[in-house]
Design a protein around this ligand. Structure first.
Ligand code: ADP
Length: 422
């Protein structure tokens, strides 16, 4: 990539230099032509200043010696050539444009091929004080030669500029490519990380599946071996198999929910839920479990409407409230409150349970993270509940935080954008 960028930058710079050099050479030549014309005019003015009367022979003679590369022609007002540095000229010059112009205005100029020599010449003509016209010319090729000498300087400067440009282009390409390459590396790293997270997830799921399956296998082996003869024991074993199967189903359901939330879930524009209503539904669902655990479960608050799927909101409440009941003690409480504040539906689920140690408070939202592995698996959770809750909250643009004191209880606060006016 760097190489390609260097080439692009260099080509752009080279084109710029070529264009500016071409313009430079052109304007340089124009300036040389202007200088040459000025010199010719000055010579004519000098001659005119020498005397009132033209001295054709004397002046042509003078110029022939002083500037052999220039031609002087003295022309009478009728076009007859009075003298010429090139020798005798028979031809009448009345039709020459520079001559006509000088007669009319005092000065004339032209650039054309000389009929006498065939060369392209620059002509300057002046009407002298006595009415004769002095015309002086020089070959354009000598102006070109001057311009060419200048061109060499331009080329050298352009070559130096190009060399500098190459250096700068490489530097610029390095600078441009660097953040892009860093981004690519970051993406590759993120990709690898995602891959690791996925493999870890797969390993965790397999591990979680293995535990209940091993128990089921143990129970069925015992039953089929005929060792368990007492019908009551057999019933107990079959019930235990049922419990493990339920656990498997719960786990698989949670894994499916996580996968859906992670890869396909999108908020739908027509989704709306009554937040308090969803909390009440989850409360009635958990009524029996709370009673069994001797935990008082209360739901209160105001009616708030939020652009959230009612099913997902119920799921969120079920997970938070079930945890409040599960990680509690007999005689404890779980209080759920719903209110509206500054356009947000604010949900708090507060329990008087065992609390979460500070070092685990960040991690409880990770998949399969449990504070106390042995105990928490026995309480029946999958370790995916809070991960699901967090995904739901993020899906709808909300926020979640927790405050907890070990031994005293935990409070989860969820804020979801509320429907305006609801
Ligand atoms: P689980 O299915 O194990 O309950 P969660 O993802 O819902 O999984 O919770 C992760 C862990 O966080 C739990 O195993 C438990 O250790 C801890 N935890 C969650 N909620 C509470 C709570 N209200 N009080 C104390 N600990 C909790």
């Amino acid at each position: 990539m760097k190489k390609r960028l260097t080439t692009y930058f260099f080509l752009i710079a080279a084109l710029g230099i070529a264009l500016s050099s071409a313009f430079g050479v052109w304007s340089y030549r124009e300036r040389e032509v202007a200088y040459a014309r000025q010199t010719l005019s000055e010579l004519l003015s000098l001659m005119d200043a020498q005397a009132y009367d033209t001295d054709p022979e004397g002046w042509t003679d003078q110029l022939r010696r002083a500037a052999p590369d220039k031609r002087l022609t003295i022309i009478a007002p009728d076009g007859a050539v009075l003298a010429d540095t090139y020798g005798e000229v028979e031809e009448n010059h009345a039709d020459r444009p520079e001559f006509q112009q000088a007669l009319e205005t005092g000065w004339g100029e032209a650039q054309r091929e000389s009929e006498t020599t065939g060369e392209t010449l620059l002509y300057e003509a002046k009407r002298f004080s006595d009415g004769n016209v002095g015309r002086i010319s020089m070959a354009i090729s000598s102006v070109n030669a001057l311009a060419l000498r200048g061109l060499a300087g331009f080329l050298a400067a352009a070559a130096a500029a190009l060399a500098l440009m190459r250096l700068l282009a490489r530097k610029l390409a390095d600078k441009t490519a660097q953040p892009l390459e860093e981004r690519r590396e970051a993406l590759e790293e993120a990709g690898e990380k995602l891959q690791t997270v996925r493999s870890e997830f797969a390993a965790n799921v397999s591990h979680e599946l293995k535990t209940p399956l091993t128990s089921i296998k143990g129970f069925t082996d015992m039953l089929s071996s005929g060792m368990v003869k007492d019908p009551e024991d057999q019933k107990r074993f079959i019930t235990m198999i049922g419990v493990e199967v339920d656990r498997l189903i719960e786990l698989i359901n949670d894994v499916l929910k996580i996968s859906e939330l992670e890869s396909v879930a999108m908020p739908q524009p027509d989704e709306h839920a009554d937040v308090l209503e969803a909390a009440r539904e989850a409360g009635s669902y958990l009524e029996q479990a709370a009673r069994d655990a001797q935990v008082a479960l209360r739901v209160s608050g105001e009616k708030v409407q939020a652009p959230v799927s009612p099913g997902r909101l119920r799921e969120l409440f079920l997970n938070l409230m079930e945890n409040g009941v599960k990680y509690n003690r007999p005689g404890g409480r779980v209080d759920v409150a719903v209110k509206k504040k500054d356009g947000w539906a604010v949900i708090t689920v507060k329990d008087t349970g065992i609390g979460i140690p500070p070092e685990s408070q960040e991690r409880v939202f990770e998949r399969f993270y449990r504070v106390d592995k042995g105990r928490d698996r026995k309480t029946g959770g999958t370790g995916l509940g809070l991960a699901i809750v967090k995904h739901i909250v993020l899906l709808y643009g909300g926020r979640i935080r927790l405050e907890s004191a070990p031994g005293r209880g935990t409070a989860f606060t969820v804020e979801l954008p509320a429907d305006s006016g609801a």
